[in-house]
Ligand binder design. Structure first.
Ligand code: SF4
Length: 280
């Protein structure tokens, strides 16, 4: 599996974005991306994740998918804030490239909160984008960052997600490295996060809810089926447009495993984020 970022530019400016300090990095040239796909095909990889920034803003986006399809890549996952999916012309182009899967960011239940934390009026477009995906039977998952600004609104967001008839919803614990200056404003205690998440899981049996970035010893064995699978060394990520790095190597640099030596889950665990350990 290969994860490629087309660049870091975005049409939203979320203040908790993992890439907010990289927006000035130049777009990755299409030939570099094509070479990555060629290598990926040689290594018999079948799936690519296309992300950014906002990947659908890039002129290389459609060219790249067409190229990868010609090369035999079977599975596609596009990580997006969903705003451009409100454009039916763009959606019609995507329909021609099916099957495609989407991970759509939706962190807040109303336009006011969206604007406060993403600094633009993008809420209505994202909602329309989600409706367009559902209407055209695309596979998609909603992605919500678990952080102090989202937790008090998560139950309201659950109502909206239900109204939109979403089938898959992912909660991802915030990567604190992007908010180091204001870490106390953003990083919630796991105990508070898990309490709210468990309530939402219990109340919404019709939605498949996944939890990413919180270890099982904190989430609880009862919710084992809700843990998102962790990526192995077969997932390669192009970092800053330069270096291909495997997912376990990224995890090693971001997580720690205090007192975990005898844990049965050790080899298959996301661990505790370093900044969480330092703060709490
Ligand atoms: S390895 Fe450590 S952090 Fe992971 S589940 Fe086990 S005890 Fe928890």
């Amino acid at each position: 599996m290969l994860e490629i970022k087309l660049g870091y530019a975005c049409n939203s400016m979320c203040i908790f974005c993992i890439h907010k300090d990289k927006r000035q990095i130049k777009d990755i040239p299409i030939n570099t991306l094509k070479r990555l796909i060629d290598n990926c095909v040689k290594e018999k990889c079948e799936k690519i994740i296309i992300t950014g920034g906002e990947p659908m803003m890039y002129p290389t986006f459609f060219d790249l998918i067409i190229y990868a399809k010609q090369k035999g890549i079977k599975y596609y996952e596009i990580h997006t804030n969903g705003r451009l999916l409100s454009d039916e012309v763009l959606v019609n182009k995507l329909i021609k490239l099916k099957p495609l899967g989407f991970l759509v960011s939706l962190h807040f239940p109303n336009p006011k909160l969206y604007k406060k934390y993403c600094l633009v009026d993008g809420f209505d477009e994202t909602i329309q984008g989600i409706k367009n995906l559902a209407k055209n039977q695309f596979n998609f998952t909603i992605n919500t960052v678990i952080m102090k600004p989202t937790l008090p609104h998560l139950e309201k967001l659950a109502e909206l997600v239900k109204e939109l008839k979403v089938k898959n919803w992912q909660f991802i614990y915030i990567n604190g490295q992007n908010v180091m200056n204001e870490i106390k404003t953003f990083l919630p205690r796991y105990s508070l996060a898990v309490k709210i998440i468990r309530k939402i899981i219990k109340r919404n049996p019709d939605i498949q809810i996944y939890i990413k970035g919180i270890p099982i010893c904190i989430v609880g064995e009862e919710y084992k089926a809700n843990l998102a699978p962790i990526y192995g060394s077969d997932r390669q990520n192009l970092l800053d447009g330069k270096e291909l790095v495997t997912s376990p190597r990224i995890r090693e640099s971001q997580s720690m495993y205090p007192n975990c030596i005898n844990c049965v889950y050790l080899t298959n665990c996301v661990g505790i984020r370093i900044e969480y350990f330092q703060l709490y």
